[in-house]
Design a protein around this ligand. Structure first.
Ligand SMILES: [Zn+2]
Length: 150
């Protein structure tokens, strides 16, 4: 486990407990790549991965590499530690990131936004993914503001 750092929500899990529907995501994460399952019938991205398409109910997907950049669609700042383990990390930002390469196709990701002044964050800010390797078998996706864009 990593030590507590202000702004970084601690990784609760040390293993993603991947199944057939999520394993490609977690395997790519260990390689520092962001991938998402895209329905082969209607092209909808299915994040989080699901066994059936929520639009057309098809099962088959193709795993698509994404650039790992995006835009803050929404976010919240947590200033009050709701658990003792969070006392040293507040305030932290949790955001909904609209992923580049998927606009209009349904892919947003909820993630901790790190390496930032949480009070300076704004909806529409550009961000990029950073992989937090919490164990040998798990890398957690987080996002940070893109240099020069905020
Ligand atoms: Zn579909």
């Amino acid at each position: 486990m990593t030590e507590s750092t202000v702004g970084v929500f601690p990784a609760i899990l040390t293993d993603p407990h991947a199944d057939d529907a999520t394993r490609p995501f977690w395997d790519a994460a260990l390689e520092g790549r962001l991938v998402a399952p895209r329905c082969v019938r209607c092209a909808t991205f299915r994040l989080p991965p699901s066994p059936f398409c929520f639009v057309c109910q098809a099962r088959d997907v193709e795993w698509t590499d994404l650039p790992g950049t995006g835009t803050i669609f929404s976010f919240t700042i947590v200033r009050h530690a709701l658990a003792a383990m969070l006392a040293e990390v507040v305030p932290y930002a949790s955001g909904i990131i609209e992923l580049d390469g998927t606009q209009g196709a349904g892919a947003r990701m909820i993630a901790n936004i790190v390496d930032c002044d949480v009070d300076a964050l704004r909806i529409g800010d550009r961000v990029e993914i950073v992989w937090d390797r919490v164990t040998e078998s798990m890398a957690v996706p987080r996002f940070r503001p893109r240099p020069g864009t905020v």
